[in-house]
Design a protein around this ligand. Sequence first.
Ligand code: NAP
Length: 277
Amino acid sequence: MGRAIAHFDSDHEVIAAGRPQLEFERPETIRAVVADVRPDVVINCAGMTHVDACEGEPERAFAVNAEAPGVLAEAAAKAGAAIIHLSTDYVFDGKAQRPYREDDPARPLSVYGRSKLAGEDAVIASNPRHAVVRVSWVYSRFAGNFLSAMLGYAASQPEIKVVADQVSCPTPGAALAAALLRLAEGVHNKGAYGRFHLAGAEAVDRATLAEAVMKWAAGHGRPSVPIRRTLTSTFPTPAPRPLYTALDSTKIRQVYGLELPGWRAWLDDTLTAITGG
Ligand SMILES: NC(=O)c1ccc[n+]([C@@H]2O[C@H](COP(=O)([O-])OP(=O)(O)OC[C@H]3O[C@@H](n4cnc5c(N)ncnc54)[C@H](OP(=O)(O)O)[C@@H]3O)[C@@H](O)[C@H]2O)c1
């Protein structure tokens, strides 16, 4: 997500910081970079995001996803900066019957989810001028993702098994980048803080999304194979996955006027961008 923001053409001076200068497992590098850059707003896109790796390395997951964001938020506060901190739908247990709102109880199932929730709390405790933004299923041309994986598998397999019981709100990375930059103006000028959900408007299951990717591929002269719908229980993973994590993004629309379109509206453009079109 950081790359999508750094590459977005905006009127703001965006300074991208990352490894090796900024290493979340070395808090002194966080303080040094913030003191050097003296930002108006920090947007934290860094994190240990490999869900199964977090399960095997809980200490590192908490260092990167929880402690470091707290240090970053505190350093930002000292520099007079607000902070936007990205979090995840995986703070929820996936048992809801309707899209999750910000004040629904968070009950993460995995180390990743627990470390991200601890990161939210650390940011909120360390900088009063904060926006914790939970996103879900973000797809852009800047990182490998579910969409690019489906296109890749179609080139090498006769069919693809995809779970039909994981449901969330796919989010276009490019539009999310634009929205986060507008939010940066908002938190800088307006001062409405808290936790927010910011995801694509429409929920869908992974298998249906994969079918749409295959339809696009077939229409663009690329390998396209049948999708075999299956269940999460047939794909054992080290970290359990929450099944239903659709996010209700009403609050951020009401407070900041930000809203992202549903996946049908942007899937073609995103696939074109991912495939270098
Ligand atoms: N993508 C999604 O679908 C999704 C869904 C829900 C929530 N989120 C949240 O959105 C945020 C961005 O996710 P993403 O998909 O852009 O993640 P990503 O592609 O995995 O990028 C994570 C970034 O964090 C950096 N990083 C990892 N460990 C670090 C460390 N110890 N010190 C400094 N930097 C470190 C990585 O740097 P290197 O490039 O050097 O490895 C990379 O630039 C995360 O907070 C994630 O939890 C994402």
